[in-house]
Design a protein around this ligand. Structure first.
Ligand SMILES: [Mg+2]
Length: 283
């Protein structure tokens, strides 16, 4: 008897979703992480964080799957994870890396150009250095260095008024930058998108499992997750302690968690597993 093969993927944001907004802990999500492992469902980490930051967390989670860094700027696939390297990727330090974005140096040069026009109005990581980043973020030295190890984007901290900020953002956008506004910083980068990265990576899974019907779930809490939440077959919006739910225009309904952060993550992921029959019976 031939059966339709099913494959499942979970794409998850980190800050405010899998990680607690305040403590950056993920303990409350562990039951659902373990359920995904038991069901052999890849958990793909998708974040504005850097490759180094995500790799550190991936190790803590014993996660061996691809991941997406810097808001979708790059997709990292462990070498030999698929049968062949995707044609558009390049091999680097144990990964097949796919990106369509210009490097960080491009954006740093642009910020340097804008400094005379906006004196004292902004600071950015590459000028602040690790000490400055520690001061700006409260991260310890090791984590500040990880946050500074960026490949495709430059975090900017705005120090002046809102009106000037709008003019600044406009100038960046005129120069081809896309400005992603996060909590404390804006990130200057190319027009990357977690949603496009998700679609690209999902296609790679499909190529490698041509007979399978892929069910994917995207999990996120903020505006920079919107495209990813629209692109996936299922969407889980994690309740945030600091802002409302993102508004989506997807046709299929989305799941809105009751709990905040990682507890809401576990709540929604376990529900999705059950709704789709991915939970092992008896376990
Ligand atoms: Mg988030």
């Amino acid at each position: 008897m031939s059966t339709v093969q099913r494959a499942a993927l979970v794409f998850s944001d980190l800050d405010g979703s899998l990680l607690d907004h305040h403590s950056y802990r993920f303990d409350a999500a562990l039951p659902a992480i373990e359920a995904l492992q038991a069901a052999n469902i890849p958990l793909i980490l998708v974040s504005s964080k850097t490759r180094a930051e995500i790799m550190a967390l991936r190790e803590e989670l014993a996660n061996t799957h691809p991941f997406i860094s810097e808001n979708g700027a790059a997709v990292y696939i462990p070498v030999n994870y698929f049968a062949t390297m995707p044609p558009a990727a390049t091999q680097r330090e144990g990964y097949w890396v796919y990106s369509t974005c210009p490097p960080r140096s491009h954006w740093v040069a642009l910020l340097q150009q804008l400094e005379p026009e906006f004196p004292g109005s902004f600071d950015y990581f590459s000028r602040a250095g690790v000490d400055g980043i520690m001061q700006m973020t409260g991260l310890d030295e090791h984590r500040a260095a990880q946050a500074n190890a960026r490949d495709y984007s430059e975090p900017v901290r705005w120090l002046a008024d809102e009106e000037t900020k709008q003019r600044f953002v406009q100038r960046l956008e005129q120069a081809g930058a896309s400005v992603q506004r996060g909590g404390r910083f804006m990130s200057v980068c190319a027009d990357a998108s977690k949603g496009r990265a998700l679609l690209w990576l999902r296609e790679r899974y499909q190529e490698n499992h041509p007979a399978a019907v892929i069910h994917d779930l995207a999990v996120g809490d903020a505006e920079n997750d919107r495209q990813m939440l629209e692109a996936a077959g299922s969407a889980l919006l994690v309740r945030s302690p600091v802002h409302g739910f993102v508004s989506l225009s997807r046709a299929e309904p989305a799941f809105y968690s009751e709990s905040f952060g990682p507890a809401g993550w576990a709540e929604g992921v376990l529900q999705w597993l059950e709704n789709n029959g991915f939970t092992r019976k008896g376990s």
